[in-house]
Design a protein. Structure first.
Length: 458
């Protein structure tokens, strides 16, 4: 199994596996409840190998269900309880789940096309499916075997320096890849995971101070929000060894502001549902005003490749391709867009370049804007606009124009600002064809639970 319940119970019985605002779940309590639930699931007819859609909440019962399904050997797809009912149904159908588990209670889906979990090349059974929408907004379900899940947990603990005595704070929803993998890595190490009241910066800082958090895990949006919103009377991060930002989007300005304000390192990490951790930037390496994704993670081979899969030299932009034991078995449903998995290689769909052993994000290949034959990376323009003091949030998209595409910026302003002022600001930093031709103002941008921009909803 992915987790050794006897080991957890024997070594860490009295430790808190999870700390919630209303109480703690010890390892002994977790193991006892998980064993009881395995019996209950079996009694209702759920058998090893049968796929399950698991409705997740930020509570102890969901953690018990996750450990129970892993112990039983029932592969599962985590789905957030906040998802509308039609979205839940679509995800469960895409996974072809035989069961739906909510609040510990299994219900057969009655689907004629329900299927058993796959097996990996090593014969290990399927453990779970992780939903990855990338930038398309259409979920793709990446399948992991038991051995791949164990490998990811080990790599995460080592690459991210999660130690046995750590108390990890994560604001990610459990059903999200980042949240689930942090939870499982923390349990695998015997450390504790602390859940704050909310993802508001004040609540995050207060929880860190009150609960003795030693590792702060969050999104780039969270760290940007912390440095922009922090007040003098808010608590510090005295017990925190370092903070870790997941995925892309952490700006060099936010990195510098956070490390100067709190005096602790802020790591940039880069990974994917399909491949686990890919890069780690521990020391804030940057080039030309852009923070590096980092160097290749433990046991990961990262390359920059052209459209034919040939590796490119330093300084040339191509697709980021990762290979490791952690690359998923494949997709359950593949709409054929964005990323792909082929023979143990993960083709990310992300553009990047390598410089002196560090990798840099250069945009999504599917999102490039064709401005009269010249390619524009929306991410590059967004990073420039975020430097303007009047810009709170921004998304750069393509807009139809006669014979080509034009660059449009959708801006959330923290104070009144004229569109021309923002265009002039971009013109001082960017080539003329990259400057937005139109600025649209909105009160907010659509983002998911971890702060990632939902471009399909713009």
């Amino acid at each position: 199994m992915a987790l050794d319940l006897d080991l957890l119970e024997g070594r860490f019985a009295t430790r808190a596996a999870a700390q919630f605002p209303d109480g703690a779940l010890t390892y002994a309590g977790l193991v006892d409840r998980a064993r009881v639930r395995v019996g209950e699931l079996r009694a209702r007819g759920l058998e090893p190998g049968q796929r399950t859609a698991l409705i997740c909440r930020q509570n102890a019962d969901t953690i018990v269900s996750i450990v129970s399904l892993l112990e039983l050997g029932s592969p599962f797809l985590p789905i957030g309880h906040v998802a509308p009912a039609p979205d839940r149904s679509r995800l469960a159908a895409a996974y072809r789940a035989a069961w739906l588990v909510e609040d510990g209670k299994p219900t057969p889906t009655g689907r004629d096309d329900a299927r058993e979990g796959r097996r990996g090349p090593d014969g290990e059974p399927e453990a779970l499916a992780l939903a990855s929408s990338g930038s398309t907004g259409r979920p793709k379900l990446a399948l992991l075997s038991q051995s791949q899940l164990r490998s990811r947990m080990t790599q995460k603990c080592r690459s991210h320096d999660i130690q046995r005595n750590d108390r990890n704070l994560g604001v990610f929803p459990i059903e999200h890849t980042a949240g689930l993998q942090l939870l499982l890595a923390s349990l695998n190490q015997g450390s504790g995971l602390v859940f704050p009241n909310s993802a508001h910066p004040r609540s995050v800082l207060r929880t860190c101070a009150d609960e003795g958090v030693t590792l702060l895990h969050g999104s780039a949006t969270l760290f940007d929000f912390i440095v922009r919103s922090r007040r003098a009377d808010w608590p510090g991060l005295d017990a925190v060894r370092f903070a870790r930002s997941t995925a892309v989007g952490l700006s060099l300005e936010t990195h510098r502001a956070f490390t100067e304000a709190f005096g602790i390192p802020l790591w940039q990490t880069y990974g994917a549902s399909e491949a686990g951790g890919i890069c780690v930037n521990r020391d804030g390496a940057s080039h030309d005003g852009v923070l590096a994704l980092g160097a290749a993670g433990l046991g990961v081979d990262v390359r920059i490749c052209d459209e034919r899969g040939r590796e490119l030299p330093d300084g040339e932009v191509g697709e980021i391709v990762a290979s490791s034991l952690n690359v998923a078995l494949g997709y359950e449903n593949d709409p054929g867009t964005g990323s792909r998995i082929h023979q143990g290689h993960f083709f990310s769909g992300d553009l990047g370049e390598r410089r002196n052993g560090f990798f840099y994000f250069r945009g999504r290949s599917k999102l490039l804007i064709n401005m009269a034959g010249k390619k524009v990376d929306p991410f590059e323009v967004e990073q420039i606009l975020l430097r303007h003091p009047s810009v709170e949030d921004v998304a750069v998209v393509a807009e139809a124009a006669p014979g080509h595409e034009a660059v449009k910026a959708i801006v959330v302003a923290r104070e009144p600002v004229e569109p021309e002022a923002l265009m002039d600001f971009c013109g001082r930093e960017l080539a003329p064809h990259k400057v937005p031709r139109r600025i649209e103002f909105r009160s907010a941008l659509p983002r998911n639970a971890i702060g990632k921009l939902s471009r399909e909803r713009l």
